[in-house]
Design a protein around this ligand. Structure first.
Ligand code: HPA
Ligand code: ZN
Length: 326
């Protein structure tokens, strides 16, 4: 897709971006070499050829495999610094960035190593550019709730570096209510809450109902299947709950970009936003997502502006950041 001048220049806000999903093949090879890790691919071209996903589990296995090269604080610094530079180049002014600590602690990398590297890179970017990034800690829903709770407790010592918590990874058989106590504790500790309700999952509308009614999230990641239930979409609209959708990601792991659904959400005044999810794997950062969606969703320039206003409105940005953006 070509990014036109309007989209390129638009000040942007991104709310659904997994930092581990920004690990580009070039950096993956460089970190593998630095850490003495042998990747099971001869070169970048062979690695890219393995990026052939048709569903969420297929994507996730490649995504987790790729993380094996992330070992030191400097590795996490380099990862976040590369994303910050890319985001800045696309005029992203503010991003809320997921990280998956359990994917690292489960293979022996300390929580402290992960969060220090990421935070230091975001602090440096904020000092040097007009890009600001904040961290949202995601729990992996295919692990037990006890592991999520232990991770939450571990994170309390780093509270000032984390603005909210989320839930990602394989949704099949892992409903939101599995994490009821974890999210209740997270809210009591002052974190904002979001959860993935991935597109076209089994029990999608039931999972969305759970996040709205039983978990009490502040927003929903993906969540477009809410359109199948008018009473659910009305509750989402009335509460001003945002949906962070990811068109190019959806094109890879579902049957399409869900452009008609995104158009419908805009037309029904739901606070929908457009995001990149895992741009190094799905081959599109936020500007490319907006460009790819522009014609299929019949987005006017005013719609493109509205998507950014929706994003900053449903963001957890401090009032000063919000005012500067709007
Ligand atoms: N869905 C679930 N898990 C994920 C995703 C996603 O979009 N990206 C990274 N982990
Ligand atoms: Zn995601």
């Amino acid at each position: 897709v070509t990014v036109d001048a309007f989209i390129a220049g638009l000040p942007k806000c991104e709310l659904h971006l997994h930092i581990e999903g920004t690990l580009e093949p070039g950096l993956k090879f460089a970190l593998a070499q630095r850490n003495g890790i042998e990747l099971p691919y001869a070169d970048e071209a062979a690695l890219r050829a393995a990026y052939d996903f048709h569903d969420l589990p297929g994507f996730l296995s490649v995504y987790y495999e790729g993380m094996s090269v992330l070992r030191t604080e400097q590795d996490f610094y380099d990862l976040a610094a590369a994303y910050a530079a890319k985001a800045h180049s696309q005029n992203v002014r503010y991003a809320e960035i997921f990280f998956d600590p359990q994917a690292h602690t489960a293979r022996g990398v300390a929580f402290d190593t992960v969060i220090r590297g990421l935070t230091r890179a975001l602090d440096d970017a904020e000092r040097e550019t007009d890009f600001k990034g904040r961290l949202v800690m995601c729990f992996l829903r295919d692990f037990q709730a006890e592991f999520a709770m232990a991770t939450l407790v571990q994170a309390l010592a780093y509270k000032e570096w984390i603005i909210g918590v989320g839930l990602d990874s394989d949704e099949a058989g892992n409903p939101p209510v599995k994490f009821r106590e974890v999210f209740a504790r997270a809210r009591a500790e002052g974190f904002r809450l979001t959860m993935h309700c991935d597109v076209d999952q089994k029990n999608s509308t039931e999972h969305i109902r759970q996040v709205v009614e039983e978990i009490g999230v502040d927003r929903i990641d993906h969540g477009v299947n809410a359109l199948e239930d008018p009473s659910l979409i009305e509750r989402i609209r009335a509460r001003g709950l945002g949906l962070t959708v990811c068109p190019i990601s959806n094109a890879h792991v579902t049957d399409g970009m869900k452009a008609a659904e995104i158009r419908a959400l805009l037309d029904q005044d739901v606070k929908v936003t457009v995001n990149s999810d895992d741009p190094a794997y799905f081959l599109g950062y936020v500007a490319e997502n907006l460009a790819a969606l522009r014609e299929p969703a019949a987005l006017s320039d005013a719609d493109l502006v509205r998507l950014q206003r929706n994003a900053i409105e449903i963001s957890w940005a401090a009032p000063a950041v919000r005012e500067e953006f709007l």
